[in-house]
Design a protein around this ligand. Structure first.
Ligand SMILES: Cc1cc2nc3c(=O)[nH]c(=O)nc-3n(C[C@H](O)[C@H](O)[C@H](O)COP(=O)(O)O)c2cc1C
Length: 320
């Protein structure tokens, strides 16, 4: 049997491996260049830190709290603003030859955009439209200041408004990042699909909190934060499977994510309906984990006689 092929097609973008390094877990990617033995040949895409129109300082500390098998974060979207990212950071990536390491296309870059109003999202997307990024991921989990701080992504109509606004601003592929903190994630998927989304990231973090029993204060400066890591993997898998059933017939791919730490985790996400997978929290423990995940994926593919991961997407066997 030929060597298993790890390249995948995601919304007409070929990724040299199925792994995207997730937003917020690698900053703007530059620190990866300083990690000994880090190789871009293992990385299909890098998703940049959530970016807003204006620079943000982020939340007061603590911003991170470890939980059993997970991580709570409330960074507060610290970032230097879209203009700075596009004018100062991305040109350096454009010249970076290491993105071309390995076989196939270069490691792709995805923007991740946020806003306080629907119009903000459109403006940030317009700034990234005129840049080197291959796709724009929309984080719809941000608070909508005009609606009392409820997340854009918790209401199908408002989520669709955000995607329509971004659609008007860019011709690049749009990936809508769905929140699990909703009653029915498929409703949001369908509404944003109709508004022009090309693909979906499933899932963003689950809201949670931690309490210091001595002070009785919340551990996080922001009181609540997003839970990620292995603790959320079963929830993420279910949401991927639900969204896959809702969107597969429209050929809209899913970037599955939430707690992936191994090739076997990644393979589960393909079976549930992902066309590519993301790794975030696991990078804090091992920034080189992508090489292990790819190696394990190849082993599983060889054992199961699979040449390309596309053969596996959405193959969950259910007896009804
Ligand atoms: C420290 C931290 C910061 C994050 N920042 C962002 C962000 O700026 N935008 C976003 O869409 N998701 C953000 N996320 C969510 C991740 O991109 C990812 O969707 C989530 O953590 C689930 O994957 P994981 O369990 O592999 O980490 C962040 C997660 C962590 C842990």
């Amino acid at each position: 049997m030929p060597t298993p092929d790890l390249s995948v097609s995601f919304s007409n973008i070929t990724l040299k491996t199925p792994i995207t390094l997730l937003s917020g877990c690698v900053g703007f990617g530059e620190e990866l260049l300083n990690i000994a033995d880090f190789s871009f040949k293992d990385i299909g895409a890098i998703c940049l830190k959530g970016t807003t129109l204006e620079p943000r300082h982020g939340n007061k500390p603590h911003r991170l709290a470890e939980t059993p098998a997970g991580l709570l974060n409330a960074i507060g979207l610290q970032n230097p603003g879209a203009r700075h990212v596009v004018d100062d950071i991305l040109p350096r990536w454009e010249k970076e030859s290491r993105l071309k390491e390995g076989d196939g296309p270069p490691t792709r870059l995805f923007a991740n955009i946020s806003g306080s109003t629907v119009q903000d999202y459109g403006e940030v997307a317009r700034i990234f439209d005129d840049s080197f990024v291959d796709a724009i991921e929309i984080n719809i989990s941000c608070p909508n200041v005009k609606k009392g701080g409820a997340a854009f992504g918790s209401d199908p109509i408002i989520a669709a408004d955000v995607v329509s606004e971004v659609r008007k601003a860019t011709s690049k592929p749009i990936i809508t990042k769905l929140s699990p903190n909703v009653t029915d994630i498929t409703q949001i998927a369908k509404a944003t699909l109709e508004a022009g989304s090309d693909a979906f990231s499933v899932i963003n973090t689950l809201m949670g909190m931690a309490i210091d029993i001595r002070t009785r204060k919340p551990v996080l400066g922001n009181t609540q934060g997003g839970l990620s890591g292995p603790a959320i993997k079963p929830v993420a898998l279910l949401k991927v499977w639900l969204v896959y059933q809702a969107v597969a017939k429209y050929q809209k791919p899913i970037l599955g994510q939430g707690g992936i730490t191994s090739g076997s985790d990644a393979f589960e996400f393909f079976i549930a309906g992902s066309s590519a997978i993301g790794v975030g929290t696991a990078l804090f423990r091992n920034p080189l984990i992508s090489a292990d995940i790819n190696r394990e994926l190849r082993e599983i593919m060889t054992q199961q006689n699979i040449e390309n991961l596309s053969e596996t997407i959405g193959t969950l066997a259910i007896s009804r």
